[in-house]
Ligand binder design. Structure first.
Ligand code: NAI
Ligand code: 15L
Length: 268
């Protein structure tokens, strides 16, 4: 376990609850926070503080003495610009200021929606490397691109280390054909966060956070820097979900799936 406490934002969310349970079970000392109450029994060595990411001073206090911040809080799906702005842009700045003051590493839950308007690779076409252009597929994805760039800035200017996890689809199991490419198992997520926090040095790095899926859209990234390899695969669900497509040509063409087709008004 890390020698200093680890702050987890978004602790009451789907992924936060998994991480709180599993990292505590590995002996970690966790400070949990969320704007919503923590719905489970508090794990051993964990404390929960209810806080809005808008409260920058509160975050500075919470991060005191922490060696890393797992930043999983905020808006997690497509929403109007004004809804995304506070938690995902201003809130992210508060997280980075806290990390800067503590010399803590940030592990940021970025998303495939930062690059969702890249086309899906067909046949033997090259997979997408992590240094590809940002092609956000909505205001949510745009906030994730901004979050990765915030990490770039704080590393270059202040030496704040950060590991940006471009998460595909992290759910108990794949539920449609796209997830045969994008799925990240909970177990691979937990091992990824463990590696991201405990690696001796990370600098600024970006990682495709999906399991070892043969149908993955994604190629090279910086996983060697933290020594992570996924162990699970979505392929076992092909018979069950392989036929579950949307019938929408925009959704099916791009990596971001349904997010790309929301409010899509382009005609050419
Ligand atoms: P979630 O919506 O279940 O959890 C997000 C948590 O953030 C919620 O508990 C919510 O109360 C909290 N939150 C929202 N606004 C807040 C604010 N102003 N102040 C404090 N807390 C606030 O989402 P989930 O699925 O657990 O995702 C966690 C993170 O991972 C999110 O950042 C999401 O964007 C990212 N992600 C998740 C993926 C997935 O497949 N589950 C895929 C890609 C990225
Ligand atoms: C995300 O970024 C969302 O947080 C999650 O709810 C899923 O929609 C996921 O992407 C996905 O692309 O499947």
């Amino acid at each position: 376990a890390p020698d200093k406490p680890v702050l987890l934002t978004g602790a009451s969310g789907n992924l936060g609850r998994v991480l709180a349970r599993e990292l505590a079970a590995r002996g970690w000392t966790l400070r949990l926070t969320d704007i919503a109450p923590f719905p489970d029994a508090l794990p051993p060595r964990a404390a929960f503080t209810r806080l809005d990411l808008a409260d920058g001073v509160g975050l500075l206090r919470l991060a005191e003495g922490c060696g890393a911040i797992l930043h999983f809080g905020g808006i997690s799906v497509e929403q109007p610009f004004g809804t995304v702005l506070g938690p995902n842009i201003q809130g992210l700045y508060h997280v980075y200021e806290a990390a800067r003051r503590e010399g803590a590493r940030v592990v940021f839950a970025s998303s495939n929606h930062a690059i969702g308007f890249h086309e899906r690779p067909h046949g033997n076409a090259a997979k997408l490397d992590v240094d590809c252009a940002f092609r956000p597929d909505g205001f949510y994805g745009l906030s994730k691109a901004y979050g990765e760039l915030m990490g770039r800035l704080y590393w270059d200017k202040h030496g704040v280390e950060n590991v940006n996890l471009r998460i595909g689809s992290c759910f108990p199991e794949p539920t449609d054909a796209r997830m045969l490419s994008t799925w990240l198992s909970y177990a691979d997520l937990v091992r990824l966060c463990e590696a991201a926090v405990t690696a001796p040095r990370s600098g600024h790095c970006v990682i495709w956070a999906c399991s070892d899926n043969p149908a993955s859209f994604w190629g090279r990234d910086h996983r060697d820097r933290i020594g992570w390899q996924p162990q699970d695969s979505a392929e076992a669900w092909r018979a069950k979900v392989g036929q579950l497509t949307s019938g929408n040509p925009v959704t099916e063409r791009y990596q971001g799936g349904g997010y790309t087709a929301m409010d899509y008004t382009r005609r050419t």
